[in-house]
Design a protein around this ligand. Structure first.
Ligand code: SAH
Length: 242
């Protein structure tokens, strides 16, 4: 149905990430596009509605996180503010051993992910309906994830308070950012150290045909997050740690 955009995804994953997607994985991406378009006609899941654009800006962009994920192993990854499942769902498709938790405060988007997981037959995803600030104070999530991803969620200082508390010591937050990555990260240096993190690097990522560079900001959890963080839901944004 969406052959052309899925063929392009296969080529681009190979060219940009040296990633060989299997026929089964490509079929899953094709199914996901069908579901996204179908549900998007009824609810606002994504502003991106062309299959080729979905493949590039949702799937390939999500998969750039693989540049910093180890190749194998049963790691736990949390995707904060996952929305319609990005970057978490594409990562779950290509890494069957990765246990992916998809967290969002909005229930209706999570219903989409639940349906997508069922149709695609993904048995390595789990859905959590919560505010990141609340989950960060819950021992079920606090300090338990090897990797925490977030794309298009918050500016860096607030985002750190929504991600670092749930990261395991030795684990890493991977924040997907646009052209303001360096500036935002600079502004978050106090938040990063206060919450037990340390900047590990900022990688530039280029997607074919897109002029603007994208960045992966990597923050390693090296210490403990003090008990008073995260603060009440909303506080990290209203009153960022600076
Ligand atoms: N990551 C997705 C969605 C980005 S939109 C993508 O890149 O396509 C931002 C999402 O973050 C929304 O779905 C919103 O509900 C969620 N969100 C924002 N702040 C949050 C918080 N504090 N806790 C949980 N989810 C949050």
């Amino acid at each position: 149905m969406f052959n052309k955009s899925i063929d392009a995804l296969a080529r681009q994953a190979q060219a940009v990430l040296s990633l060989e997607l299997s026929q089964a994985q490509l079929a899953q991406f094709e199914q996901l596009t069908g579901l996204l378009l179908d549900w998007n006609a009824r609810m606002n899941l994504t502003g991106i509605t062309e299959p080729a654009e979905i493949a590039l800006k949702h799937y390939l962009d999500s998969l750039t996180v693989l540049k910093v994920l180890p190749k194998a192993g049963r790691r736990r990854l949390l995707d904060v503010g996952t929305g319609a499942g990005f970057p978490g769902l594409p990562l779950a498709i290509v890494r069957p051993l990765l246990r992916v938790t998809l967290l969002d405060a909005t229930a209706k988007k999570l219903r989409f992910i639940e349906e997508a997981g069922r149709v695609l037959g993904l048995d390595n995803i789990r859905i959590v309906h919560a505010r990141a600030e609340d989950a960060g104070r819950d021992d079920a999530h606090r300090g338990t994830y090897d990797f925490v991803t977030a794309r298009a969620v918050n500016r860096m200082p607030a985002l750190m308070e929504c991600t670092l508390p749930m990261t395991k010591r030795g684990g890493m937050v991977i924040a997907m950012k646009g052209t303001a990555a360096h500036e935002e990260t600079q502004a978050a240096s106090k938040a990063i150290s206060t919450l037990g993190g340390e900047l590990a690097g900022i990688d530039e990522v280029r997607l074919p045909g897109l002029e603007k560079a994208r960045f992966l900001v990597m923050v390693r959890k090296v210490g403990k997050t003090p008990r008073r963080y995260p603060r009440q839901a909303g506080a990290p944004n209203r009153d960022p740690l600076v």
